[in-house]
Design a protein around this ligand. Structure first.
Ligand SMILES: Cc1ncc(COP(=O)(O)O)c(C=O)c1O
Length: 377
């Protein structure tokens, strides 16, 4: 089977985790997490930024939403995203308001979002689908116009740039995921990047059960015995063990993972340019370091292509089932026609830093074979 995605880890990651096991005697959150946060901060750049690492990207989004909303507030978010974006909003007691996407990028449609503004709208969550941040300038302009906070769901966008600046190095709040399949992994993990001191303090405390300023103590190898709690918190902190893995992945990213992901996406794009019944998403590999490679298969041919590839042991998938169709989020009571059409067309092809040339060549040839057969029918 050619995998749609997988982790690329090896001896260096094993050695780093082994070192923590041999030397740490603790494994929880301490100096290794602090070092990972500092290294991610340096990598992203940007003045006055803090990185706060958590045990998942979902936890990062949840605490980011909690930091800038009150229960009952509304958050504008595209329906076509991983369920984690919606769950993070509802976990904080806020209400996810499902919006349309632009079909050519699968990013948040601002004209549609504007129609869904109410007096309770507090934030907007653009999702950087497949690594594409879309028109961030327009998103921040929109947020300013309506007085909203921006929580960028940058789970797909680690290492991506917008107008030459790295995602997370500017703007309001950005949330990354370091789960096993992302551009870099810490096994499971995530991070909030922000510059607002109130947000930073809120997320730091909330990741440790709301214990005030526990982060500083743990980074000095100490514990909090006398403390206060002023907000709902969770056990969401990252462990030293996972941070050690993440640190190695970060060192490998620029020279190894990033160029390979870009090269593979470029290869698909060149091979598919001009192919009938197939629409590439807009967005240039390079500024975009693609986490996944979705295409749009037109004229009702998506499921046929999907089965054709699966029969050839080429794993493919559908990112994502729109959230407004899920029972918990309305079960499709409201129609989002563009989103529903794009959902029927999307197909994600294999892309990960360990994908070999012969594997992608086979995947490309198979797609082209199917499309030319289908055109003859
Ligand atoms: C768009 C999006 N948001 C959030 C998440 C959540 O990240 P995690 O899996 O680290 O909880 C993911 C993970 O796949 C994602 O794709």
């Amino acid at each position: 089977m050619i995998h749609i995605s997988r982790s690329v880890v090896g001896a260096a990651e094993l050695e780093a985790m082994g070192r923590v096991m041999r030397e740490d005697g603790y494994l929880g959150m301490g100096r290794e997490v602090r070092a990972f946060e500092e290294e991610v901060r340096e990598y992203l750049g940007g003045q006055d930024r803090s990185v706060i690492c958590l045990n998942s990207g979902t936890a990062a989004l949840h605490l980011a939403v909690q930091a800038v909303t009150r229960p009952g507030d509304e958050v504008l978010v595209q329906s076509l995203t991983f369920v984690a974006s919606f769950q993070a909003i509802s976990a904080a007691g806020a209400v996810p308001v499902a919006c349309e996407v632009y079909p050519d990028t699968v990013t948040l449609n601002l004209e549609d979002a504007a129609q869904r503004i109410t007096p309770r709208t507090r934030a907007v969550m653009p999702v950087h689908y497949a690594g594409n941040p879309g028109d961030l300038e327009a998103i921040y302009g929109f947020a300013r116009r309506y007085g909203l906070r921006v929580i960028e769901d940058a789970a797909h966008a680690f290492g991506c740039t917008y107008q030459g600046r790295k995602i997370g190095s500017f703007g309001d709040l950005a949330c990354f995921s370091f789960d096993g399949l992302k551009n870099i992994t810490s096994g499971e993990g995530g991070g909030v990047v922000a510059s607002d001191p109130r947000v930073i303090q809120s997320v730091q405390d909330a990741r440790l059960l709301g214990v005030q300023r526990d982060t500083e103590k743990r980074y000095q190898g100490a514990r909090s015995w006398e403390f206060d709690v002023q907000q709902q918190g969770y056990r969401y902190h990252m462990s030293n063990l996972l941070a050690a893995l993440g640190r190695v992945q970060l060192r490998r990213f620029e020279g190894e993972f990033k160029p390979r992901r870009i090269e593979l996406a470029q290869k698909y794009r060149v091979a598919f340019t001009g192919a009938g019944d197939l629409q590439l998403l807009q967005g240039d590999p390079g500024p975009i370091v693609p986490h996944i490679f979705p295409i749009r298969v037109l004229n009702g041919k998506r499921d046929g292509l999907r089965q054709f590839l699966l029969d050839r042991k080429i794993e493919c998938g559908i990112h994502y089932k729109p959230n407004h169709l899920l029972s918990f989020y309305g079960g499709g009571q409201e129609a989002l026609p563009v989103t529903e059409r794009v959902y029927e067309e999307l197909l994600t092809l294999p892309l990960h830093a360990g994908l070999r040339d012969d594997e992608i060549d086979y995947a490309i040839a198979s797609v082209i074979e199917f499309l030319s057969q289908a055109a003859d029918c």
